[in-house]
Design a binder for this molecule. Sequence first.
Ligand code: FAD
Length: 390
Amino acid sequence: LPAPDPADPAGLDDLLSEDEKEVRSAVRQMLDASAEPYIAEWFENGGIPNIRELTKELGSLGVLGMHLEGYGCAGMSAVEYGLACLEIEATDSGLRSLVSVQGSLAMFAIWRWGSEEQKQEWLPQMAAGDAIGCFGLTEPDVGSDPGSMQTRARRDGDDWVLDGRKMWISNAPYADVAVVWAKTDEGVRGFIVPTGTPGFSAPEIKHKLSLRASATGELVLDGVRLPASAMLPEARGLKGPLACLNEARYGIVWGSLGAARSSMETARRYARERVQFGKPIGAFQLTQQKLADMSLEYTKGYLLALHLGRRKDSGLLRPEQVSIGKLNNVREAIEICRTARTILGANGISLEYPVIRHQNNLESVLTYEGTVEMHTLVLGQLLTGEPAFR
Ligand code: FAD
C-alpha cells in the first residue's frame, strides 16, 4: 500500500468520483489564476475591484446556481456543489459568500418560488454572472427571529409598495436585483426588486473586520413601488426564506472546511520550515498535537459534509441535519484557524499568510445563516422534543 498523503491522511479522496474530482480541480484552477494572488489585497482594501468580471468568470465556470436545473444553470450534484464551495472558501469566505448568496439565496428563491416568467427573466443572466443578486431578510432590529420583521408590503391598486430597512445584506452594494422579504396582510411574502427602482438604495456597511472581500450593505426601501408580477407567487410565510437559508447553509457545511484546510495546510508547511531551539517547530510534541487535532477535526467534518451531501443527492436531507453540519463544521473550522494561528506565532496575525483572514472571516460565518446558538437549539429540540427558542 502507498503511504498516506499528509494533506489527506485518512484517504478521503477515495470517496469521490472522477467527475467530482474534475469539478474540484476546475474550480481550483480558476481561483488560482483569478483570485488567489489578489485575495489578501482585496481583503485589506475592503472590496474586489473587478467584481463584475470575476462574477462573470464564476458564471462561465458554472458555479452560480450550480446545483439548480434548467434556465442556464449547471444542474450539478449537491456533492459537486459542496466541493466547489470548499475550494472557493479555501480562497476566501467572502468569495464563497458571493457565490452562496447568488446561487443558494437569490437564484434559489426565484427557482423554487418564482413564476415561469420570473425564472426566464432572471435565472439565465444570474447563472451567467451578468446580473448579481442579493437576499434581504435581516433587519436592524430583527436577526435570529425573522418572524418579527418590520418591513411592510402593502397593496396599492395592482401594485405593491414596500417600506422598511434590511441590514447586513451581502452583495447589496453592487447587486442588480434584490430578493426582499416583507410582511403583508397575508403574512411574509418575497419580492423581486430591481435595484434601480425609485425609493431603493443600498449603502455599504463600512468598518467590518471580517468578510472584507465581500461587500455588505443596508437595503433602504422608501415607498418602493413594484408591479404585481414582482411577488414570488409560490412562497407563503417564513418557509419561503427558510428554504433558501437551508440551501445556503448546506454550502457553508462544505465551505467552512475550505477555510480550515487552507489554514491547516499553511500551519503544517510552516511547522516543517520554522526552526526554533535548533529544530523545526513541527518536531515538538506540542506542535504535533495541534496538527493532529486539526487534522482529526477536519477529517470528521469532511465525512459529515460528504454524508449530508450524499443524503441531499438522494433527496433525504432534513433541515435539522443541515443544522448539525453547519454547527459542527463552522465551529471546528474556526477552532482549526485559531490553532493554526498559534503555530505561525507573530506571522499568524499578518495578512502575508491566509490564516488570520480566514479566522476573521469565519466570525461572520459563525453568525450568519443561523448563529451557533440557533443551530444548537434546533439540535436541542430534535434531541428532546422541547423547543427552547423563546
Ligand atoms: P441576534 O439575532 O440579535 O443575536 C445576537 C446573539 O443572541 C447571538 O449570539 C444569538 O445566537 C443570540 N440569541 C438570539 N436569540 C436567542 C435565543 N432565543 N436563545 C439563545 N440565544 C439567542 N442577512 C441577510 O438577510 N442576508 C444577507 O445576505 C446577510 N449577509 C450577512 C453578511 C455578514 C458579513 C453578516 C455578519 C451577517 C449577514 N446577514 C445577512 C445577517 C445574519 O444572518 C444575522 O446577523 C444573523 O441572523 C444573526 O442576527 P443578528 O446579528 O441580528 O443577531
